[in-house]
Design a protein around this ligand. Sequence first.
Ligand code: 2IT
Length: 444
Amino acid sequence: MYDLKNFVAELEQRNPAQPEFVQAVEEVAESIIDVINGNPAYMGARILERLTEPDRVIMFKVEWEDDNGDLHVNRGYRVQFNNALGPYKGGLRFHPSVTLGGLKFLGFEQIFKNSLTGLPLGGGKGGSDFNPKGKSDNEIMRFSKAFMTELQKHIGPELDVPAGDIGVGAREIGYLYGQWKRLRGDHVGVLTGKNRTWGGSLVRPEATGFGAIYFLNEMAMTRGDSLAGKRIAVSGFGNVAWGSVLKATELGAKVVTISGPDGYIVDDAGINTEEKFNFLLQLRSSNNDVVEPYAAKFGATFVAGGKPWEVPVDVAIPCAIQNELNGADAATLLKNGVSYIVEASNMGCTPEAVEAFQSAGVPFAPGKAANAGGVAVSGLEMSQNAMKLSWTATEVDEKLKMIMKTIHANCMREGIKGETIDYVRGANIAGFRRVADTMIDLGY
Ligand code: 2IT
């Protein structure tokens, strides 16, 4: 029998100075420990130990030259966590906060998220501590090429298929894919998030945000509610925030905030015009990592250094980075009457925040369920690449909607507790079962 406290203490000892990894494992272990303890097959197969140790971690040096001809050294990583269900799959993050422990947390989460999509995808994650802020396009290209020169030794369309994450969008995927082709020569689905002209899927750029809003819509419908007229706070201003803003607006809600490292914007008129949507894309591609210019352009309020969680809203959707919404933020949101929380970023809420929402009875959707739309459409991109065919935007969007609906239903089935739904428990158990049963089938 596993004891949660002992298991977490040992995990911490084996993975010193990796607090985010320990946090992610603890949250999953809390949900599944009874399921494992009650199942001799899971116990005998030592599933918990085997699931919490990555298959392998690849670390490499990335040398690149800036525009002045000065040389720089960064560290690159690929964590190949678990491939029971399919090729390792997960994004690449280029951000100064990237560490091995951070990528292990993300790779671990990705196993369960990818399992929830129902597609044949294992879990992995990678990236670098490279900081794209203030870099020129050429510097980003040189870094990306140098990164792929090493990474290409370890990936492949049936082995490990990276995609984007923070700091890695279609531009970076293009440079990475270009280098893959230079070195390997083959035009294959080794990366997802490609542009449509060179093998990408329609709706992949929008997919994470769209999926999060489809999930929110399911949560609302379950309660006889709808998104019409809801005020929403979104954090971040990148790809995930953009997709969430588009779909929430289309479904009749009003998104009033975005945020960056410099602070947040409140736009009481709503971020709801083509011009505003496009401005988000410009902010992202500028490499400046600030949102303040939005305020000047659209006559909105900019709050320097603050977080959007102090704005009274019905729905909060963290779309930036892990642990961006803490216990104090949760208390403010609750005081202001928030009704739904949807994590579009991975582990966007601290354990204290999750606990606060759950004990207040406010429905909380964890990232591994709510933001699975991105990787789901990556899976659909892999299918299209394998078939050498492209689906229409409507076809992809319909499949995405169906996947999010199914994930919601599975989380509900495993997470229902009397009148309430514990989406955290539901997502963890539903994601776990498929991986664990497969690991048993495959032996060791
Ligand atoms: O966190 C995520 O799910 C992603 N960054 C997307 C991963 C993918 O392979 O599309």
